[in-house]
Ligand binder design. Sequence first.
Ligand SMILES: [Zn+2]
Length: 450
Amino acid sequence: MRTRGPLSLLFATVLLLGSGCATPAAPAPESGTFVDSLARMNAIAPAYVKLVLAVGQHDKDYVDAFYGPREWKTEAEASKKPLAAIASEADALIARLQALPEPADEMQRLRKSYLTRQLKSLTARVAMLGGKKLSFDEESRALYDAVAPVNTEEHFRAVRDELDRALPGAGGAASLVERYEAWRKDFTIPTEKVDAVFRTAIGECRDRTIQHMTLPPGERFTVEYVTQKSWGGYNWYQGSYRSVIQVNTDFPITIDRAIDLACHEGYPGHHVYNALLEKNLVRDHGWGEYTVYPLFSPQSLIAEGSANFGIEMAFPGSERVEYERAKLYPLAGLDPARAEEFDHVRRIVARLAYAGNEAARRYLNGEIDRAAATRWLAEYALYPRDRAEQRVRFIEQYRSYVINYNLGKDLVRRYVESNGGTPDNPKRRWEVFEKLLSSPMLPSELGSGA
Ligand SMILES: [Zn+2]
């Protein structure tokens, strides 16, 4: 989280807009109502940012990124506004937004509904911090504007049966998760080669992304390796088109993680999403609300969903396994002849992604305890015991956030494909995807047209 000079200047522009002044970067005013509505939303934006920073004083995970004026953060730290005051100020901002006439301009309309929904999510998080209890589905609807489908054990058992046939050692004493873990050892990147493999994968993901979209000049990120985290990787957006990507090395890293992490955290995932929001919304439109990113908010479903779907964007069809076999397996010192075997199993296991939601739903609803949640993850999501324990820690820390990865990916795919971005039309596919990464879209709006 850093502030840089040019963004402080930009916020000065936002504040000026709040006084009714025009800026060359803003859309051309069409009417008095448009100008008034624009000015009033520009005035609400800094108040929203400050409220998000205020919540961050009560919740260390809440502010995922902030690159607005540094003094706003200092003020939030100094005042530590009480939760009740935050809630009533958020309600007042929502009332101001709802009193605005419905903008005729599509982007302004989306902006208004986005700001309103983000604020409603903020009040839900504030209520939770104040002790309010919500069920898993109530929480995900309140925070992320979405509810994940329910899947039964039978659904996951069918996938497990398929995996049972694909893995060696059927009929032996070892459990399916033990067989899966033993088999995966042959595909683990040796520690000393992780960085080279990961950097090569990042370079490839970036090359594939810039073939289809223009990234802001000077965008870049640094990679750090960390331990003792509940997540596998994390992108910390710094502003000015820069990210710090952290990779957790607590557990052995298998070859598929290189493309997963490079696309998800980097290109065309989180790093690109944040950079495009900064370029298109903050700098070009002067929308200050995007200088802050509250983690527990609808924005996260779009962020995680687009980051996960971004893997398929960069590597459609069989291109992923072809690239891994040709470049990453040799670089990691692994046997390229086994790339298809690994990819086949990876695709089966990917269909168990929703099993993690069920463990989280039951655990957070109080239907099962910690040990049962760990067992469920091993049984149906194929997490070995130590990773299952790590995942339960993730669930405890981030709660219903887990739906953003798999449901988010499916919603983003549906949005892209229903707007003409089918796999046989890559040009349109990238256009729709880029538009999503540059718009104030809400999860519940993903069913509507691009
Ligand atoms: Zn992510």
